[in-house]
Design a protein around this ligand. Sequence first.
Ligand SMILES: [Zn+2]
Length: 340
Amino acid sequence: MPTLRAGLRPALVLAGALVAAACAPQLGPGVQGTIDVSNGRPALELTYLGSGGWIMSAGAEQVVAGPLFTNPSFLRTGLMAIEPDTILIDRYMGQHDVSDARVILVGHGHYDHAMDVPRVAQRHAPEARVLANRTTANLYGTWSGLAERMDVTNGHEGTVQRAGRWFTYGPRIRVMPLRSRHAPHFDGLTLYQGTADIPRTSAPRSAGEWLDGETIAFLIDFLDGQGAVEYRIYYQDAVVAAPWGFAPDDLIAEHPVDLAILVPATFDQVDWHPEAFVENLRPHRVLLGHWENFFVPIYEQTKAVMLTDLSHFERRLTRVFDGEWWRPEIGTVFRFPIGG
Ligand SMILES: [Zn+2]
């Protein structure tokens, strides 16, 4: 019988693999490494850091979108204290030079977008300002050392009908916050909802204390020497029901979005995500961010975020969008030609 068992085991493994393959959703072009479509031309370079985290660079000009490296477990976010893992943050952020970054963008105050930012800003991006909503600024309060570096978006958000304020960072970067919302996590329920109205004197201690505040998306322009738009990026760090999160129609008519960074996680909690955003932004290319399971350690990530049918999102995207798009693994670098 030992021989039969020995032969049976690979067969069972194979059968299991076939069943798993048949059941596994067919995912789109997941990628890793370097995707360079610039053909040697000046390029906009993007690096995916995981969760909502990105580095966006044009030459020496750099924008960072709030990363998460700590990845507390699901149990911990529900029941226990959480805090930034500074060793992991330094190990992962330290792989990239963001020492000259001009601004760090945070779309809302949830821990998976805001918790690791103070360490990143203090240790790795000391020149950067932090653009975020008032709740996030109040969560950072007086303990984080960021009070003097905050730019608060409230009252300055653009909508589909009218432009908001451009925040400028050096001669080549401007960023407009866009009024958005935060889609429910599941069954119509949004976790950690609310505002922080006074500056905290100590760090939030649990996931529940990292409140979202007024969620925003961002329009990010890299400008040429004459102040004209060279490259336009749309960035969201939460799914939202359109037309919340839209960019102003007039601005898009002048210069459509070169690259839209869209979030699939929990997209099925709202209608017409991503279709409405493809129509509003008219993007040339699309990247998916915040798609992976961030409840497991960052060095183990392999699976799509819980509760989201990623393949369904990707099918819907391809139905309305015929340009290039990718779903990057953490660490993937993209190089897109500026002006094409
Ligand atoms: Zn959130």
